[in-house]
Design a protein around this ligand. Structure first.
Ligand code: UDP
Ligand code: MG
Length: 328
């Protein structure tokens, strides 16, 4: 094709990158982060949009986001009617992203925006997923480091998709992967596992987490346990199989070892505190029963939640085109 002066017309289609940031009470952080992300795209060959998902913040986060979006055409926000959790906020971001690839990152500047260029380089090299592993560092509390190590060890044992220690919700996803993730309707998505589960061409890179820019962690112990249970029971029913094996092992053990021992002790004349052995057995098997029932309960609970098919989140306000805002 030629233009009127006889020069060949070349259409340069610029690729678009969507950056999704879930935020919960991060008012002092959002504008600093937006500035840093925008700086990464200055004079770059990519168009970009920045979608903040306000996960029911109770501070001024929404006010800050509204101000930001009014003076920056690349900034968008989706605000939930209440706190639905970080994973659902990521889901909302993926549902609304229009980019050829999507980068998800935390809103407290622990995930360095300077890594965006490295993500894009690997994406251009043909990787569909570029995910990050956090380098071990001393600034994280002992409790967080140990519990996270334990969690990923257990996850690798019970799930089909090995999730490496230090995995974070800081990654790049190609449009094909985003479209596949959007098809998954499950309640309580756990993206660290789901991204592994969908497959495609994946590349891991390591990153050094920066200290939180402002505020405190939004993951209370309760929220961490919730996320861990969600992750552990999201992928298969192996924990149930494990429960059955555990129950079976202890039943056989008590029959072949403990019963003969008890008979021997009862028939002998020494002063054996029988009540103590009885109590310890009752407590032990009571605990075991509760663990097994707990596992079964979680799966039934998941069926219950899924059967109700409630939306993953409810949008209360957004500056994205309202007609394109599904509430789930
Ligand atoms: N977050 C969220 N909803 C929540 C909890 C956290 O959107 O219910 C966001 C939070 O604002 C941050 C990211 O998820 O952008 C990671 O949370 P945080 O930094 O508190 O976790 P940590 O780094 O301490 O594990
Ligand atoms: Mg953080």
């Amino acid at each position: 094709m030629q233009n009127y002066k006889g020069f060949p017309l070349v259409f340069v289609v610029r690729k678009k990158v969507t950056v999704v940031v879930p935020v919960y009470d991060e008012a002092p952080n959002v504008s600093v982060l937006a500035k840093k992300i925008n700086a990464e795209f200055e004079h770059s060959e990519y168009d970009h949009e920045l979608i903040f998902v306000d996960d029911g913040s109770t501070d001024d986060t929404l006010v800050r986001l509204t101000e930001l979006s009014e003076c920056d055409k690349n900034v968008f926000f989706i605000s939930f009617s209440r706190n639905f959790g970080q994973q659902n906020a990521i889901k909302a971001g993926l549902d609304h992203a229009t980019g050829d690839c999507v980068i998800t990152m935390d809103g407290d500047l622990q995930h360095p925006p300077s890594m965006i260029k490295e993500f894009l380089k690997h994406w251009e090299d043909g990787y569909d997923v570029v995910y990050t592993l956090r380098e071990p560092d001393k600034t994280t509390s002992w409790f967080k480091r140990t519990s996270s190590k334990l969690f990923y060890k257990v996850m690798s044992l019970i799930s089909d998709v090995p999730i490496e220690d230090g995995s974070a919700d800081f990654r790049l996803l190609d449009r094909v992967v985003v479209d596949q993730l959007k098809r998954l309707p499950e309640i309580g998505p756990f993206y660290r596992g789901l991204v592994k589960w969908v497959g495609f061409n994946q590349k891991a890179i390591s990153y050094k987490a920066a200290p939180r820019h402002s505020g405190r962690t939004k993951y209370s112990l309760n929220k961490m346990i919730q996320l861990a249970v969600e992750g552990a029971t999201s992928f298969n029913i192996r924990p149930l199989v494990f429960s059955i094996s555990l129950g079976f092992f202890f039943s056989v053990f008590s029959l072949v070892a403990y019963l003969p021992y008890m008979i021997y002790m009862l028939s002998s004349r020494n002063h054996f505190p029988r009540w103590a052995s009885l109590i310890s057995l009752v407590v032990f098997f009571g605990g075991l029963n509760l663990i097994v029932l707990g596992f079964i309960g979680i799966y039934i609970g998941k069926l219950f939640l899924q059967a109700k098919s409630r939306p993953h989140y409810i949008v209360q306000k957004s500056n994205l085109c309202q007609t394109s805002v599904p509430s789930y």
